[in-house]
Every structure is written in C-alpha cells, then in structure tokens.
Design a protein around this ligand. Structure first.
Ligand code: HH2
Length: 258
C-alpha cells in the first residue's frame, strides 16, 4: 500500500504533493511501481501534530480521490482519516477502504459506514491523540494489550457487517522503541487473529533509532529490513512511501514463501 500524504506537515513528505497535478503524478508513479492500494491522507498523525478541520481535510483529499479513482480504477484507494464526514465523502468519491488510526475509538460509526458502502476497514491500535500519545505510554504487556484492542475493534466491525477487515498494531502510535520492537518480534501473536495484519513502519522514528539515520528519507534500507521481517512474521500488507523498493522486496518474499 503506497502512501499519498496531502498534508503540509507529514513527517517525511509533508507539502510535496500540494497541487492536484503533483498528487496525481505521485499516484501514477506508485501505480507504475506496483502499488496494490494507495492510502490517501489529509491530516498528519505524526507525534505532536495538531488537528485539521473537516472542511480543510476534505479540501485536501476529495479532488485527488475523485480524479485518481477515475484515472486508475484498477488500484483501489484507501482514505486515511478518523472523521466520519471525510470517510463518507471519500467513499462516495470512489475510495474503497477506510484506514482508521484510532481503531474506531474516535468514531465508532465508521464501521456502519463501511458496511453500508461494502468498503474495507483498517483498525489500527493507538492511544490518546497524536498530541498526547508519546507522553509516557505504558502497557501491562504491550502485545497482549494491543492484540486485545484489535480483536475487540475487529469484532465490532464484523458485527456491523464490514466485509473486509485488516488489523494494524500501529507502530509508533503511543509506543516507545521497546514497545515497537516487542510488537514486531511477537507479531505472530497478532497475526494469529483471524484478520490480515497491516504493518506501517516506513521511515518512522524507530527506523532512525535503530540505524542512526536522522533524515526520514534516509531510512529506506532500515524500512525494507523491518518490513521484510514483518512479512516473515505474518504481516500481509505493508504501508510504504517507497513503493518500487517495497514491491521488489515483496516479490522476493513471495518466491521464498510460496
Ligand atoms: N502510520 C501513519 C499514518 N497512517 N495508518 C496505518 N494503518 N498504519 C500506520 O502505521 C500509519 C497509518 C504515519 O505515517 P505517515 O502517513 O507517513 O505520516 P504522517 O502521519 O505525518 O502524515
């Protein structure tokens, strides 16, 4: 799943795709590079990011979703939002999945919305808000806590009638480096749940912590290693900024794990 951030302040690519032309060129590039999905977002969720109004988020994402859905009908669009009105408008404009980083905490009605539209739903684990999530996060057992949260959220989505559900441990969302590593090492415990697992570690701070790379765009090799390991441990979808390299890595994985 390729990432298309239509935000001025995303941590690794903020402001790069702020015209319709630039956004569509980026979308087309990711399609050519082998993306199976493109995840479009209009609100940064990096630690410390402030909220964006519904009107502003809609202004950022809707024209791109409409145009990209028409231009590339073979590559489904996911809308990365926690807001009902944004998700609804995006689904009407042609998006086929809602990626909810709050895991139905902010807006439980997203499950009914996806069910009505026959759309897929990603439930991701996070705590608090982007402003508060990194302030001393703690867990009894991070893997057991995240797994229980994901199971409950996915069951709620299932009960609402959502046809396809993915679960995501939410790397970097209310987690220390130790928490992130524990989740990745014990990913098979989460992958044992009956829904496919999505992992998104692309260019994130933990990659910087592990490699010493302070510039997020310098974290590609670290990201590839981490994502390959996540595949081996049961991940079934990767959320990435660098689609071409991720697709190559997935090809190698699929050949070795038929
Ligand atoms: N990570 C980010 C945003 N959305 N969605 C899912 N399901 N899983 C993730 O790990 C995830 C996500 C953060 O990355 P990015 O979009 O590159 O940055 P920003 O939030 O600053 O726009």
């Amino acid at each position: 799943m390729g990432v298309l951030n239509l935000t001025p302040d995303s941590f690794s690519d903020g402001g790069r795709y702020d015209t319709l032309e630039a956004a569509l060129a980026r979308f087309g590039r990711m399609v050519a590079d082998g993306a199976d999905w493109v995840d479009i977002g209009g609100e940064s969720t990096r630690p410390g990011a402030g909220p964006v109004s519904e009107a502003e988020e809609l202004r950022r994402v809707l024209p791109v979703i409409e145009a990209a859905a028409a231009l590339h009908p073979q590559v489904p669009i996911s809308i990365d939002t926690t807001k009902y009105a944004v998700a609804e408008a995006a689904l009407r404009a042609g998006a086929r999945m809602v990626n909810d980083v709050s895991g139905l905490r902010y807006e439980p009605r997203l499950a009914d919305l996806c069910a009505r539209h026959g759309a897929a739903l990603v439930v991701m684990h996070s705590i608090g808000t982007p402003q508060t999530m990194q302030a001393d996060p703690h867990y009894t057992d991070v893997v057991a806590d995240v797994r229980a949260f994901l199971e409950a959220a996915a069951r709620r989505a299932e009960a609402a009638g959502v046809p396809h559900i993915l679960i995501d441990p939410g790397i970097g969302f209310g987690k220390t480096l130790a928490h992130n590593l524990e989740l990745l090492r014990r990913l098979p415990e989460i992958a044992a749940l009956p829904w496919p697992v999505l992992v998104g570690a692309s260019r994130k701070r933990l990659v910087g912590d592990l490699t010493g790379r302070t510039d997020p765009t310098d974290r590609l090799a670290g990201t590839l290693a981490l994502h390959y390991d996540a595949l081996v441990r049961g991940a079934r979808m990767l959320r990435v900024h660098d689609v071409k390299e991720a697709a190559d890595s997935v090809s190698v994985y699929v050949s070795l794990h038929p």
